[in-house]
Design a protein around this ligand. Structure first.
Ligand SMILES: [Zn+2]
Length: 193
């Protein structure tokens, strides 16, 4: 279902027309369908002037059956002639680099944002719960791509998150959307805030 408006952007004082880049970490419905909205009964892109970016492996997973388009069909149809590919290691703007983080989906990506010594990693759906910091081997049914690869990616990302001055952004991790992680004797743990 497309969203009908962008109330959070409005609250932040942002006009959808001024958004110039939309990067999809992956093409699950809860991460994509905000790019489409209905105006006077017609479906349009929410951000009319934006470039829309995704890893090619993520876009192309819909080429193969039985990968279902059903929940994201409206968005895929509108994006078809607008989508651009941004691959592992590419900077989408200065200081913002694409990281290939497959597993949750085949072409899943994260973004590494660097400003001076500070690093922020927009994680997408690598983690769904804070328990996966201590137990990256715990999977869930939402890892629809390759659950074993998802575990490998979680472990690799924990190494990155434990580096100095690094904050993770994990949309689905309740109460810890912005997370700090440190190495612990048996693995990793979430730092209390
Ligand atoms: Zn997802």
């Amino acid at each position: 279902m497309p969203v009908s408006s962008s109330p959070n952007l409005e609250r932040a004082g942002l006009d959808p027309a001024n958004i110039d880049i939309v990067f999809f970490t992956h093409m699950h419905s809860d991460h994509v369908n905000g790019a489409v909205r209905e105006v006077n009964g017609e479906l349009v892109l929410t951000f009319p002037n934006a470039r829309y970016l995704v890893r090619s492996a993520e876009w192309h997973r819909f080429d193969n059956q039985p990968e279902s388009r059903a929940s994201v069909a409206d968005a895929l149809n509108l994006l078809e002639h607008r989508i651009e590919f941004a691959e592992e290691g590419e900077y989408i703007v200065p200081g913002v680099r694409v990281l290939a983080t497959p597993g949750h989906t085949a072409g899943h990506a994260s973004l590494l944002v660097t400003a001076g010594e500070e690093r922020v990693i927009i994680l997408g759906d690598i983690f769904h719960s804070a328990v996966q910091i201590e137990h990256p081997e715990w999977t869930n049914s939402l890892d629809s791509g390759d659950p074993e690869q998802a575990k490998v990616t979680r472990r690799q990302m924990l190494q990155e998150l434990a580096r100095p001055s690094t904050t993770g952004v994990a949309t689905h991790v309740a109460n810890s959307v912005f997370m700090k992680v440190e190495a612990a004797h048996s693995g990793f743990r979430l730092l209390e805030r």
